[in-house]
Design a binder for this molecule. Structure first.
Ligand SMILES: CC(C)(COP(=O)(O)OP(=O)(O)OC[C@H]1O[C@@H](n2cnc3c(N)ncnc32)[C@H](O)[C@@H]1OP(=O)(O)O)[C@@H](O)C(=O)NCCC(=O)NCCS
Length: 171
């Protein structure tokens, strides 16, 4: 099921046959460098993929979506919207992860901007966030390009992280 389309990308629901492609990304220490759980095993990747097959189980309109490069039809990442409770507030995060062979071409920004429009226009959300470790400058730049600003520096058992956010009316 297609969620949205941009000039170069299609975002669609994950399918069981995406497992090998997703694992190729999740096993890569460089791609997973700024994730608290680091690289994932095949079984862990399968578990995550199955969790998102019909959208997020508690919020089917949200989830991680296969990100397909239209030019070659390849799965080059997964992007989407994830629900979180942060300091007792329900939040929705814009999430992005791409194959490193495709970094630096504006593709994450292209996906993220389309996700922001989708979230505000189609899903009627009023606020979006992004969380990243302070060292993840690429992720921070994508958040800024979505019109988000740094709201606070937070900390959990994995260390400090940045909370970027924007409301719907801030283009
Ligand atoms: C974060 C990520 C999705 C960015 O993807 P991308 O397609 O390379 O990003 P873009 O090309 O759209 O670049 C967005 C901005 O960040 C900048 N940028 C990209 N990589 C950067 C880096 N390593 N360091 C600093 N800035 C960087 C770009 O220059 C661009 O800004 P500019 O237009 O002002 O030059 C990609 O690096 C990735 O998949 N990382 C691993 C997964 C991850 O960490 N996800 C985020 C978890 S919070």
């Amino acid at each position: 099921m297609k969620i949205l389309e941009t000039d170069r990308l299609i975002l669609r629901r994950l399918l069981p046959e995406d497992l090998d492609g997703l694992f190729a990304l999740y096993r890569d220490p460089e791609i997973r460098r700024y994730f608290p759980d680091g690289t994932l095993s095949y079984a862990e990747t399968k578990e995550e993929l199955e969790w998102f097959l019909d959208g997020h189980p508690d919020h089917p309109e949200l989830g991680l979506w296969a990100t397909i490069y239209k030019e070659n039809g390849q799965l080059i990442g997964r992007c989407g919207l994830l629900p979180w409770m942060i300091e007792e507030r329900a939040e929705v995060e814009v999430a992005y992860l791409l194959d490193k062979a495709y970094w630096g071409q504006g593709l994450a920004t292209e996906a993220a901007l389309a996700i922001v429009d989708y979230a505000f226009e189609q899903l009627n959300l009023s606020r979006l966030i992004c969380m990243m470790y302070p060292e993840n400058h690429a992720s921070e730049n994508v958040a800024r390009k979505m019109g988000m600003t740094l709201e606070k520096v937070m900390e959990d058992e994995t260390g400090q992280f940045l909370l970027y956010a924007r409301g719907r009316d801030r283009k």
